[in-house]
Write a protein that binds this ligand. Structure first.
Ligand SMILES: [Zn+2]
Length: 95
C-alpha cells in the first residue's frame, strides 16, 4: 500500500514538471510554481518512502537500500517488484 502511495506521489511530481514545462512558453510565473511544487512533492515523497518502507522482519529501510544499490534508472522498478528483503532475504508478503 505504501508503495502505491509513493508511486502516485511520484507520478504527480512528474505531472507537475510536465505541466510546468508546457507552461514555460506562455506563463512564466506558473512555470516556476509548478516546478517548485514538483520539486517539493518529489523531495517529500522520497524522504517519506525511505522512512516508511521497512522490512517487517528486520526493520531495514528497503527503499534506501534499493536507492544505494541499484542504478538510478531501475531502483524504483526493482523496489516495486521486490518480493524478498535484500538484507534478511525473508519474503515481504508474509505476516
Ligand atoms: Zn529484512
Amino acid at each position: 500500500m505504501e508503495t502505491l502511495i509513493a508511486l502516485l506521489c511520484l507520478g504527480m511530481t512528474l505531472l507537475c514538471f510536465l505541466l510546468g514545462t508546457m507552461l514555460l512558453v506562455t506563463e512564466i510565473q506558473l512555470f516556476f510554481a509548478f516546478i517548485a511544487c514538483g520539486t517539493f512533492l518529489g523531495i517529500v515523497t522520497i524522504g517519506w518512502m525511505i522512512n516508511v518502507l521497512r522490512c517487517p522482519h528486520c526493520q531495514v529501510r528497503i527503499a534506501w537500500i534499493m536507492i544505494k544499490a541499484r542504478s538510478h534508472t531501475s531502483w524504483l522498478v526493482d523496489l516495486v517488484a521486490l518480493e524478498a528483503c535484500p538484507c534478511c532475504h525473508r519474503t515481504l508478503m508474509s505476516p
